[in-house]
Write a protein that binds this ligand. Structure first.
Ligand SMILES: NC(=O)c1ccc[n+]([C@@H]2O[C@H](COP(=O)([O-])OP(=O)(O)OC[C@H]3O[C@@H](n4cnc5c(N)ncnc54)[C@H](OP(=O)(O)O)[C@@H]3O)[C@@H](O)[C@H]2O)c1
Length: 359
C-alpha cells in the first residue's frame, strides 16, 4: 500500500528519517506492505517543495546539507508549509501522513500544533517528534484524529525511539498509569555526572556544547523546560492530565548544583534531575527538579546520556524502561515505528485504537 508523506521540518531528525526510510524500504514493503513516498518537504529557511510523483528526499538532504535550497534538486517550489499540507491531502494515495519535525516552541507549541491540526482536519495522519503538540494540545488533537478516523502519533517525543507510548498502548491493556518518575533529559544528566566527578558547571556545560550534546542556547535543557515538556506530554497522554509545560513545578540546574552533587556523592547518594507525576485527589501533580537519590535508586545509577522512566501502575507495580544512549537514528526510528502503527491500524479497520486509548 502506498503512503504519501510530507516532511514539515527537514533538520537533523527530518533528514535522518529520509535516509532511514530508504534503509528500511524493503523491510517496510515485505513485512507491512508499506511503500512510502515523500511528496513534499517544507522548511523555514530552505524553501518548500512538492511533487505528486515523489521527491528524492535523500538527494534533498544532501542538497540542504551542502547549504543549498530544496529546489536545487529540480523539485517544484511549493508555497510554504500550509500549501504542502494542503497538497498532501489531495494526492490519490490510500495513506497520507504529515511527518512533523519543526523546532520546539516552549511558549505555546506553535506552529507545530496548527500544522498537525491542519493535517488531521484534511484527513491526513500526523506523526511528530516535536514535544509541542502532545505537551500543549493532546486532548484536542487526539479527539480530532478520532473524529476524522486518522492517527496522531508521537513516539519520538520521550526517550527517542524507545517505546513508551507504544508500550502502554500495545502491551498494557486495562492497566492504569497512576504516576511516573524518570530522568528524561540527557544534557542535564551529563552535566550532573560531570559535577559529581568534581568538574565545574560552566566547564561541564561547555564540554557538552563542544560535543554537540547541549544546544547552542542550552537554557531549554538546564532550566528544565525540555524535561517539563516531556512530563506534560506523558501526563496528558498516559494520565489524561490536560496540562501544559508551564504547569509543571519546575526547577533546573546551575552552578550551585555542583556543591549539592558533590555533597550527595560524599554521602553515597546522587543528584538527578527527576521528572515526576502523581495522581492525587486534586488532580495530576507534576514536577521537574534536582533530587538527591540513594545510590540504590535505579535513577541514581544513570550516568551521561542514559535516561529511564519508571511507570507506576495499578496492576503491575512499577515498570522501568531504560535507554542507555540516545541518537538521531533512534528519534528517526520513532517516526518509522509510528508509520507502521498507522499501517497496522489501517489493516485492523476504523478506530482500531478506540477512543479511550487513541495515544
Ligand atoms: N535532535 C534530536 O535528537 C531530537 C530528539 C527527540 C526529539 N527532537 C525534536 O524533533 C524536532 C526536530 O529536531 P531537529 O534536531 O531536527 O531540529 P533542527 O535540526 O533544528 O530542524 C528543525 C527543522 O524545522 C524547520 N522549521 C522550523 N520552523 C519551521 C516552520 N515554522 N515551518 C516549517 N519548517 C520549520 C527548520 O527549517 P530551517 O532549517 O530552514 O530553519 C528545520 O528544517 C524538534 O522539535 C526536537 O525537539 C529532536
Amino acid at each position: 500500500m502506498r503512503a504519501d508523506l510530507a516532511l514539515v521540518g527537514f533538520g537533523n531528525v527530518g533528514r535522518r528519517f529520509a535516509r532511514l526510510l530508504e534503509e528500511r524500504r524493503d523491510w517496510l514493503s515485505l513485512d507491512y506492505d508499506l511503500d512510502c513516498r515523500v511528496v513534499g518537504i517544507a522548511t523555514r529557511h530552505h524553501g518548500s517543495v512538492f511533487r505528486d510523483s515523489g521527491i528524492d528526499a535523500v538527494a534533498s538532504a544532501v542538497s540542504v546539507e551542502g547549504g543549498h535550497p530544496l529546489t536545487e534538486g529540480g523539485a517544484p517550489l511549493a508555497d510554504g508549509t500550509l500549501d504542502v499540507i494542503h497538497r498532501l491531502s489531495s494526492t490519490d494515495a490510500p495513506l497520507k501522513v504529515l511527518i512533523e519535525t519543526t523546532t520546539l516552541d516552549i511558549e505555546a507549541g506553535q506552529p507545530a500544533i496548527d500544522y498537525v491540526r491542519d493535517a488531521l482536519q484534511a484527513g491526513c495522519h500526523a506523526v511528530t517528534a516535536n514535544k509541542g503538540p502532545a505537551a500543549f494540545a493532546y486532548e484536542e488533537l487526539s479527539a480530532l484524529a478520532y473524529d476524522r478516523d486518522v492517527s496522531f502519533l508521537f513516539e519520538g517525543v520521550v526517550m527517542d525511539g524507545v517505546p513508551i507510548f507504544n508500550l502502554v498502548r500495545e502491551s498494557l491493556p486495562a492497566v492504569e498509569i497512576t504516576g511516573f518518575r524518570g530522568v528524561l533529559n540527557s544534557t542535564t544528566n551529563h552535566i550532573l555526572s560531570a559535577l559529581e566527578d568534581g568538574e565545574g558547571f560552566d566547564a561541564a556545560l561547555q564540554r557538552m556544547q563542544e560535543m554537540g550534546i547541549a544546544e547552542a542556547d542550552p537554557s531549554l535543557d538546564v532550566d528544565g523546560w525540555d524535561a517539563a515538556a516531556k512530563t506534560s506530554a506523558l501526563a496528558n497522554v498516559l494520565m489524561r492530565a490536560r496540562m501544559t509545560p508551564q504547569a509543571v513545578d519546575r526547577e533546573g540546574i546551575g552552578p550551585a548544583t555542583a556543591r549539592l552533587a558533590m555533597a550527595a556523592k560524599a554521602r553515597g547518594a546522587r543528584v538527578r534531575l527527576v521528572a515526576s507525576a502523581q495522581r492525587t485527589a486534586q488532580g495530576v501533580v507534576t514536577s521537574v527538579r534536582p533530587v538527591e537519590l540513594p545510590e540504590t535508586d535505579l535513577l541514581a545509577g544513570l550516568r551521561g546520556m542514559a535516561n529511564a522512566l519508571v511507570l507506576q501502575t495499578d496492576l503491575l507495580g512499577e515498570i522501568a524502561v531504560s535507554q542507555l544512549g540516545g541518537s538521531l537514528t533512534q528519534t528517526a526510528y520513532a517516526l518509522v515505528s509510528d508509520l507502521v502503527t498507522i499501517r497496522r491500524r489501517q489493516r485492523s479497520g476504523p478506530h482500531g485504537a478506540g477512543p479511550g486509548r487513541s495515544l
